[in-house]
Ligand binder design. Sequence first.
Ligand code: FE2
Length: 201
Amino acid sequence: MGAIHIERESENRRLLLSFVKSIQERDLVTYEHSRRVATYAYRLARQLGWSRREASNLALAALVHDLGKTWIANNILNKSAALSAEERRTIERHPVIGATILIGCDVDPFYVETVLHHHEAWDGGGYPAGLQGEDIPLGARILAVADVYAAARERLLLGSTTKFDPTVVQAFLMLLDSHPNFTLGSLSMKLARRPPHLAGI
Ligand SMILES: [Fe+2]
């Protein structure tokens, strides 16, 4: 790796971290969410064989993945009621807005494409480009999984004041963190042998 490359990388890093700060100032919920996504994306990338450097670049992309949301009006962004089709279209512009900001700052294309494609779906049903399968950059595919997992955890925590027993939610999250591979073990085999009409009883 040449000196120019290292210099460009640290320049990218400085710039992206300044965007992270602007997200933190503008929208704390998105900032906290992005930090969790970055942690999961880093771990997941390592699990998939990425080097530490590659994985931390992905974590940095994760920290700014929703940068485009800082340009969307608060009344739409924070709306708790169902969104109209028009409002949904506005929110769905955030990957393009984020990527456009990054292109304007001349950051490495890796960050631009990861941000641009983080809402694509494996079956082609995502946005903004409707890319499918391996046409979606791998970083964006990793980020998409980390994003949904973080959002599901946040939904559980949010519901722990209204929908769910807070103690049960806490216990479940601790279980996920301490025994990420927990299974039913031999019990699942016994259940699997039950006749189908008894399933769920
Ligand atoms: Fe997003």
